[in-house]
Design a protein around this ligand. Structure first.
Ligand code: AKB
Length: 319
């Protein structure tokens, strides 16, 4: 039986991951960890235990691990890329010092740890197309610095102390449930809200800027599948390239136009986000994830677009 703690359970990934893990392992076996000001609400609060779990407070995390006999921690606490550029000190505190706290506790209490990395762990001198699993990682953003450090720390704790650490490098994640905040790839979510509301979308990212993306159901299944993978098959651990699609704003617009023929998009480039996007790969090679633990996404650009529009239309019709 698994006893799971999600740190950051009210965030973009955490909110859906908590519900998916509760459905799989039982509501009472998955603790929704939150910070003050981001308390769980509705089903997330009602369906299972919830505890304040501030990643910068190791005593608080240790208390929860002991109380619920936690054996697996999903560490979803992070600032996204554009916010991390605005608040670099806080990004380090959460992304690196926070992870260090989690790894220390995991070593002592024998917990497995999942911590997401990102396409942000690469930089301008990384090969841009079909970016290999093992390649140059010299990111120019604080977000990227925390992600590379997190990958190294996690591998170190596995090799040195035997902590079962695992991770994927998430691309931009698209979801109709919880909105992202402060990310470079957020435009690929916001565009859908404009499309269903009949508004003109102003893209902060320029035409021709390709980034990897993924629909949330695939992102959740990646985390769970990797944590359940046979450890003897894992050559890599921290962190696996994974992807489902790569597109630029024009490709996304054309796909939306198939379902919303009067959709309109203009460009209003955000220089901070554009510079970050320009430093990231166009597309990742995820063959190691496919070979080592059977990674395979279910959604492509067309099926994701269709489903996003259907779900958001239901959401807005119900308002
Ligand atoms: C961001 O844009 O910051 C994130 C990411 C790709 O890591 N969505």
């Amino acid at each position: 039986m698994k006893n799971i703690l999600i740190i950051g359970s009210t965030g973009q990934i955490g909110s859906e991951l908590t519900m998916t893990l509760r459905a799989k392992y039982g509501d009472s076996n998955v603790v929704a960890g939150f910070i003050k000001g981001a308390e769980p609400k509705g089903k997330l609060l009602e369906s299972g235990p919830a505890e304040e779990a501030d990643i910068t407070n190791p005593a608080q995390i240790t208390g929860i691990v002991k109380k619920y006999k936690i054996d697996t921690i999903y560490n979803m606490a992070a600032l996204l890329s554009a916010t991390a550029e605005a608040k670099p000190q806080l990004a380090w505190k959460i992304g690196v010092e926070g992870l260090f706290n989690v790894l220390e506790i995991a070593g002592e209490m024998k917990c497995a740890v999942f911590t997401p990395s990102s396409i942000g762990a690469f930089g301008t001198n990384t090969p841009k197309d079909n970016t290999p699993q093992d390649t140059v990682q010299r990111p120019q953003t604080m977000y990227g610095v925390t992600k590379v450090t997190g990958e190294l720390l996690s591998d170190y704790y596995f090799k040195r102390f035997g902590v079962d650490t695992r991770s994927v490098r998430y691309p931009g994640l698209i979801s109709h449930v919880t909105a992202p905040g402060g990310g470079t790839t957020d435009y690929a979510v916001e565009i859908f809200y404009s499309a269903v509301k009949g508004e003109v979308f102003k893209s902060p990212i320029a035409a021709g800027t390709f980034m990897d993306m993924m629909y949330m159901p695939d992102a959740l299944s990646a985390a769970i599948k990797l944590m359940e993978a046979d450890p003897s098959k894992l050559v890599h651990r921290n962190s696996f390239n994974i992807t489902a699609m790569s597109f630029d704003p024009e490709m996304l617009k054309s796909t939306i136009l198939k379902y919303v023929p009067d959709f309109k998009m203009e460009y209003q480039i955000d220089p901070v986000r554009q510079a970050i996007a320009d430093s990231w790969p166009n597309s990742l090679d995820d063959s190691c994830a496919r070979e080592e633990w059977g990674w395979s996404p279910q959604y492509n650009l067309d099926t994701m677009t269709k489903n996003m529009l259907e779900e958001l239309n239901i959401k807005y019709l119900m308002k």
